[in-house]
Structures are given as structure tokens and as C-alpha cells.
Design a protein around this ligand. Structure first.
Ligand code: SAH
Ligand code: SF4
Ligand code: F3S
Length: 483
């Protein structure tokens, strides 16, 4: 699974630069401490982890490279499927041992906090099941983190902050943070949070709350700041990012397409992406942006979940399979080379073999560049979990493997079609071998190259020489291309 997907369930350490602490001149420099944030789940969690580091810097925290080195470990959790949620407890067990060992060897304590969607969903109950937890805070309470740490320093334990506060979390985060002086070439910017759609299988509307769109001026200022610190690509993120409709600087309500048009005017910004979108919010101006906005990359993650209208209805998706296919057709008309990606759930309650075959048919018709597929996992508090006609696990497993056979073959074919072609990649991180760097193509493929003199943050033109299901190998043919 690809770590850049909204549901990459492997833990990804939050990205942050390890620069010195940033106490304002003239103030006493706070004692240095290290924080390790382990993010599970979607890009929003990775993003939130970066913001946690930003708000902790003024208290003297720097990011730790590994949990062993950390004075504070924060698990930023995901509640989307049972497996994701349960992972937290095994992780807490491991941390408890680490904490004891660290204390024995160094005499230093390690505080443990739980954040994210499990924190929001389970709250206080987590403290009973895992008393090792020092404090808990939900996704809407990240800006309260400095206060929680201060209380911890004063000897308090067992704090739980899971309200949906009325104040603007994003504004508060912006005001209390000290961002790293340099940022990676590709960054996430949260423009929207929460969800009002209430698909019957999904916990997100309960863990993240109601849809909220940040004002355009705040987003533009943040992107300008990030670009001045080295970002060349931004991915605008939100649980339903294409439902974004923020107040524009002119007082009118702007659409996501209009916002991206404005962002494209920032010279040093080379690439724009957005994720995750809902089919019902794919407005015509957003589709047109794929043709008109030269910095918008040709990649669209548009989950459909299932190909049967009966199941889509029970999922409360409010669109049919034909609606979805029509949108894909329009998007392809605007941008013929676009890479389409999607999410699927198999074994939703009541799904018959015939329903499932309709999913396979839809997949054959769309031809995905990438896709993520899951067995339905009943989640507490969601309507579908109460349905009497749950599908047996072995049937789900068998369907998932049939679906993945088709999706993986499509992904492989998509990548194979690039061998011999030339395009730009943005170099983002070191590869496994000496001298190797990994960049992303416009279609979001990972591309491995021998970098020579080129560095992370450079945009270079490559020719693809080999393809696998998950990546391309390329050779650099010229440097410093503009997008
Ligand atoms: N907001 C996005 C995705 C949110 S969750 C959207 O509307 O598409 C990401 C994916 O997790 C979903 O697209 C769905 O495929 C999967 N998912 C969500 N709840 C699930 C559940 N209970 N069981 C299995 N997969 C689930
Ligand atoms: Fe969940 Fe549906 Fe909202 Fe996506 S649109 S976050 S699947 S409720
Ligand atoms: Fe998981 Fe919460 Fe994201 S449930 S997928 S971390 S919004």
C-alpha cells in the first residue's frame, strides 16, 4: 500500500525538520526535549502530527528519530476499521516496555499520549484499558497540546480533551506554532476537515465532526509561507476536499477550483494536488481545472466503494454507478492522461455475488491507475454495523482477493505504459541505494533514479526505463524543468 494514500495504515513518522528550538530572542531557551509522533491512518493524521510538532517547538521540543529517544511519544490513531483501531493497544503494550527499559537505562521518563480518531471515539475508556497513557486528545484539540504538556509537567495525569471546540482550531494552530525554517518539497495543507455525508459504514463524521472549510486567505498565506521555506508541491487535503467552499479574500464564496487557480499564481510553486474527493462534489469547474490549471497534476482519487446501485444506496452514497462513470468520462475529456484512483469496500452487509460482480464490471470499465480495497469492517455506532445480513468473513476475503487481482493488474498495466516516456519528477527522498533518490511523476508514481548532482527538491526530466506494480525506475535526461 502506498504511504501517500488517505488510508495508508502503516505508521508513518510525521515529517519535520530537526532544526534547533525556536525560542524568541531574549527569552530563556526552554530545556530541550524530544517528541516522537507515530501516525496511523490518513494524510490528515500525518498532517496533524506535523502541526503537533509545530506547537510543541516553543516548549523546547524537537522531533526524535525513534521512540527510544523520546521524552514524549504521541500515537496519532485511526478508527476507520477494527484492525486499525486495535493496533493502538498492541502499540501501547510495546511502548510500556520501552518506557520501563528507558527509565532503567537512562533514568529518564517517557510520557505517552494518544491522539487522533481512536482518542476521539473511545476517550476516557482508553485510560481504563491502558493505564500507561498519560493523556488523550482528539483531532480538534491539537492546539491544546501545549497546555496539556504544561499540566503534565506540573504532575497532572489522565487528562482527556475530546471536545469539538467552537473556536477555530486552524487559526489557533497558526498563531501558536513555530514552523520549521525549512520544509520538505512536497507538503500537505489542510483546507477542509470533517464530513457531513454519513455513509452508513463510516466513523469519520463522528470522529472528525461537521464539515468545515478554512477561509481562502488563510490557506493562501500558509501556502506562500511554505513555498518560501522550500515547498514546491502542495497537496490540499480534507476528508471531503472537493466540498471545500471557503470565504474568498473578495468576500465571495470560492470553490476549490478558484482557490487552486489563485495558488497557481504563486511563482515558485510548481505543482498542486488535492485529496480526498467525493463524487457528488465533482463540480464542472473542478473538472475543468484539470484542463485549465497548468499546475494541477493529472491524478484524481475518487472513491466509489461499490458498483451495485442497491449497495450504494444502502451505503448512503447518494450516487449511482452510472453517475460515477459519467464523472470519470467528463474528467477524462478534460484531461485524457489522468490517473484515476479509488477506494472499494467488499462484503458490505447484504452484498450478493451479483452485487460484487457489478463492482468488478465498474472496475473493468474505469481502468484504475491505483486503488485501495478493503473488507467491510463493522464500526461501533455506525448504522451498517447493526444490519442483520452481515457477510461472512471468508466470503469477504475471497471477494477482496478477486477484486485485488483485477486492480493490481490494472495498476501494473498503467505503470508499464510509461516505459520509454519522458516526464518531470520532483525529487522527494533518498532511495535504498547509495546515490539514489525517489521522486514523484505527475501521475503520482514513485520513480527511482540515480541522482548524480541533483538534490531533494529538484524537478528533473526523466525517461522511465522499467516499471513494476508500485514504482518506475528512470534515468535523468535533463534538469530544472518548470513543472
Ligand atoms: N472521505 C473519503 C474516504 C474516507 S475513509 C471518501 O468519502 O471517500 C477512506 C476509505 O476507507 C473509504 O473510502 C472506504 O473505502 C474505507 N472505509 C471506510 N469505512 C470503512 C469500513 N467500515 N470498513 C471498511 N472500509 C472502510
Ligand atoms: Fe466517510 Fe462517506 Fe464521509 Fe467519506 S464521505 S468520510 S466515506 S462518511
Ligand atoms: Fe482514520 Fe480518522 Fe483518518 S478514522 S482514516 S485517521 S479521519
Amino acid at each position: 500500500m502506498n504511504a501517500s494514500h488517505p488510508l495508508a495504515t502503516d505508521a508513518v513518522p510525521a515529517r519535520a525538520e530537526t532544526e534547533g528550538d525556536l525560542a524568541p530572542a531574549g527569552q530563556r531557551r526552554p530545556a530541550r526535549r524530544r517528541v516522537y509522533i507515530k501516525a496511523f491512518g490518513c494524510q490528515m493524521n500525518v498532517h496533524d502530527g506535523e502541526r503537533m510538532i509545530d506547537v510543541l517547538r516553543p516548549l523546547g521540543f524537537e522531533p526524535a528519530a525513534a521512540p527510544e529517544e523520546a521524552d514524549l511519544v504521541i500515537l496519532n490513531t485511526c478508527h476507520i476499521r477494527e484492525k486499525a483501531a486495535e493496533k493502538v493497544y498492541s502499540e501501547l503494550g510495546r511502548l510500556r516496555q520501552l518506557k520501563t527499559r528507558r527509565f532503567r537505562h537512562t533514568g529518564r521518563d517517557m510520557a505517552i499520549a494518544v491522539a487522533g480518531c481512536v482518542a476521539q471515539a473511545e476517550g476516557e475508556a482508553m485510560l481504563k484499558r491502558a493505564p500507561v497513557i498519560d493523556f488523550i486528545f482528539g483531532p480538534q484539540s491539537i492546539h491544546r497540546l501545549p497546555d496539556l504538556v504544561t499540566r503534565l509537567d506540573a504532575g497532572e495525569r489522565g487528562m482527556v480533551e475530546t471536545d469539538f471546540p467552537a473556536e477555530d482550531k486552524f487559526r489557533a494552530l497558526q498563531e501558536n506554532a513555530a514552523e520549521a525554517p525549512r520544509v520538505p518539497p512536497s507538503v500537505f495543507v489542510a483546507v477542509q476537515e470533517g464530513c457531513d455525508k454519513f455513509c452508513t459504514f463510516c466513523v469519520v463524521p463522528y470522529t472528525r465532526g461537521a464539515e468545515y472549510s478554512r477561509p481562502a486567505a488563510d490557506i493562501i498565506a500558509e501556502v506562500e509561507r511554505l513555498v518560501s521555506r522550500g515547498a514546491r508541491e502542495v497537496t490540499l487535503i480534507g476528508q471531503n476536499v472537493n466540498a471545500w467552499h471557503g470565504e474568498g479574500p473578495d468576500g465571495n464564496v470560492w470553490s476549490l477550483a478558484r482557490l487552486m487557480d489563485r495558488l497557481a499564481g504563486i511563482d515558485a510553486l510548481a505543482r498542486i494536488r488535492f485529496t480526498t474527493s467525493h463524487p457528488n462534489d465533482m463540480s464542472d469547474d473542478l473538472i475543468a481545472a484539470f484542463a485549465d490549471n497548468p499546475k494541477l497534476m493529472p491524478y484524481l482519487h475518487l472513491p466509489v466503494q461499490a458498483g451495485s446501485d442497491r449497495i450504494l444506496k444502502r451505503m448512503n452514497r447518494r450516487h449511482t454507478a452510472a453517475d460515477y462513470l459519467r464523472i470519470i468520462e467528463k474528467v477524462r475529456k478534460a484531461r485524457p492522461d489522468i490517473a484515476i484512483s479509488g477506494d472499494f469496500i467488499v462484503g458490505f452487509p447484504g452484498e450478493t455475488e451479483e452485487d460484487f460482480r457489478q463492482t468488478l464490471r465498474l472496475v473493468e470499465e474505469v481502468r484504475y491507475a491505483q486503488a485501495f480495497s478493503f473488507r467491510y469492517s463493522p464500526r461501533p455506532g455506525t448504522p451498517a454495523a447493526e444490519a442483520a445480513d452481515q457477510v461472512p468473513e471468508p466470503v469477504k476475503a475471497e471477494r477482496l482477493s478477486r477484486l485485488q487481482d483485477v486492480l493490481f493488474a490494472q495498476q501494473e498495466a498503467f505503470n508499464a505504459g510509461f516505459v520509454g516516456r519522458r516526464f518531470a519528477i520532483l525529487l522527494e527522498k533518498p532511495g535504498r541505494h547509495e546515490g539514489q533518490l525517489i521522486g514523484r511523476s505527475p501521475w503520482l508514481q514513485a520513480v527511482y533514479v540515480d541522482a548524480g548532482d541533483h538534490r531533494i527538491g529538484d524537478l528533473v526530466e526523466v525517461e522511465a526505463i522499467r516499471a513494476t506494480r508500485n514504482a518506475l525506475a528512470g534515468r535523468i535526461v535533463s534538469s530544472s524543468v518548470s513543472k
